[in-house]
Design a protein around this ligand. Structure first.
Ligand code: ACO
Length: 434
């Protein structure tokens, strides 16, 4: 990566009457940053920023979010345009390479990914070791990490060609692993990849086909699946992406790094939110119970939160939520689901919350997960698979960010500091004297 940060000014920091000059750094767009890299060396002070709300951990040229305006760009292209006109594979190429592929590059990339869709047959044994009731995220996390035991020929992260192969393998094999985890959990046989199909068609087939019957892919459903993957492909330095980068900063292999990302994504505050949101909508059950749940969400003494609402970065409508809402209507229409009580509750809840002073003042808007659970459930996925699908899509962003980090000559191992408030030095007390 060619570093493009520019020094555009100076800030002054006064500590105990002594003034320190700190460079102000600017990127292409968005807030500038105060460079504190020399702060500890020069002042013997750290900065304190739990949750990293004011901290840039890296320079990046992949994804830009303007949370106040509700803008999301991949390599400069608005998410709405990509969702409308692009495909997931083209978007993955864009994230990895910085530019949309030409027609030739697109065919080549698609062929490369297609050629890597199969798993080493020994990985089947890996699955057989899991309990049948294992959560698919547990299987995904373990199996992705396990890939490093199978692909020794692409673990040298200093070698560009090997890095490329690993990235292609991860994009290609995630759907196969995800579908395998699903099939295993419901006791159905493995459906091998079908390389005559597109990325999303193949994934749907691996999930929903059975050997006893012919499976026809519904193009509207495949299109919706592809859009969902595009919407989830990358999102700047979120928790799981930062986890991938942090793991990678030590030189760990790409499969281990992506497994770390999968683990982080699993949490309900991150990728697990769509599962939690659908659960919440089912719990609400009827439109007349919405006020009760909204009141609970506003009650400081109640830990309940409206799932699918609020975002660390978006203080406006999440642009992905708009596309997802449209996709939701398209899928339900195609499947002939005229009455969806859950969708009715979601739309009414959105209306009420968007007009409630609590949500307005705190700038809490629906996020991408608000509608995605309804769509995924209509597509036939159980809730336990929702985060798996997110991980599948986000792999394209994770590996792009991982690769960008390795190409950045300023990259160092990530090592935050702390403000220690524990016991100060004391002498060991023998057990008989405690
Ligand atoms: N319902 C009710 N109140 C909320 C909600 C919510 N969903 N989200 C935030 N708030 C309130 C908080 O209680 C807090 O109020 P306070 O200032 O009075 O204490 C204020 O809004 C700010 O919330 P924080 O938790 O400090 O905001 P943060 O940026 O740390 O959290 C998060 C963002 C985790 C997404 C939060 O909004 C949340 O828990 N949402 C529900 C879970 C969810 O939908 N997660 C998906 C995120 S998108 C994704 O990962 C793809």
């Amino acid at each position: 990566m060619e570093n493009k940060i520019k020094k555009t000014g100076m800030a002054q920091l006064i500590i105990d009457g002594k003034t320190y000059d700190l460079p102000i750094l600017s990127g292409a767009v968005g807030p500038s940053a105060i460079d504190v890299r020399a702060l500890y060396k020069d002042t013997d002070h750290f900065t304190f920023d739990t949750g990293f709300t004011s901290t840039c951990s890296t320079e990046s040229q992949i994804t830009y979010i303007d949370g106040d305006k509700g803008i999301l760009l991949y390599r400069g292209y608005p998410i709405e345009q990509l969702a409308e006109h692009s495909t997931f594979l083209e978007t993955a190429y864009l994230l990895m390479n910085g530019e949309l592929p030409t027609a030739t590059q697109s065919v080549e990339f698609s062929n490369t990914i297609t050629n890597h869709t199969m798993l080493h047959e020994q990985i089947e044994r890996f699955f057989n070791g899991f309990r049948r009731d294992a959560h698919p995220m547990a299987m995904l996390c373990g199996t992705v990490g396990g890939l490093s035991a199978f692909y020794h020929d692409s673990l040298d992260i200093e070698d560009n060609a090997q890095r490329d192969i690993s990235m292609h393998r991860l994009i290609a094999k995630m759907p196969t692993i995800a579908a395998r985890a699903y099939k295993y959990s419901i006791g159905q046989p493995t459906i091998y990849p079908d390389n005559s199909l597109s990325y999303s068609e193949n994934f749907l087939k691996m999930c929903f086909a059975v050997p006893a019957e012919k499976y026809e892919v519904n193009p509207v459903i495949a299109d919706a699946m592809d859009k969902i993957f595009i919407l989830h492909a990358d999102h700047e330095q979120n928790a799981s992406t930062s986890t991938v980068r942090l793991a990678g900063s030590s030189g760990a292999n790409p499969y281990a790094c992506i497994a770390a990302g999968v683990a982080c994504l699993w949490g309900p505050s991150h990728g697990g939110a769509n599962e939690a949101c659908l659960k919440m909508l089912n719990e609400i059950g009827t439109v007349d119970r919405i006020p009760e749940f909204v009141a609970r969400a506003k009650d400081r003494n109640d830990p309940f939160r409206l799932m699918g609402f609020g975002h660390r970065v978006y203080k406006n409508y999440d642009p992905r939520a708009k596309v997802m809402q449209k996709t939701c209507h398209a899928v339900l229409g195609e499947l002939g689901i005229k009455d969806s009580p859950i969708l009715d509750i979601a739309m009414e809840l959105e209306k009420i919350a968007l007009n409630d002073p609590y949500f307005v003042e705190k700038k809490l808007y629906p996020n991408v997960d608000f509608y995605s659970g309804i769509v995924l459930s209509a597509l036939g996925f159980p809730t336990s698979m929702f985060t798996v699908l997110f991980a599948l899509a986000r792999t394209s962003g994770w590996i792009s960010q991982w690769n960008e980090m390795l190409e950045d000559s300023t990259q160092r191992i990530g090592r935050p500091r702390q403000l220690y408030t524990g016991a100060t030095a004391r002498d060991y007390v023998p057990i008989g004297k405690r």
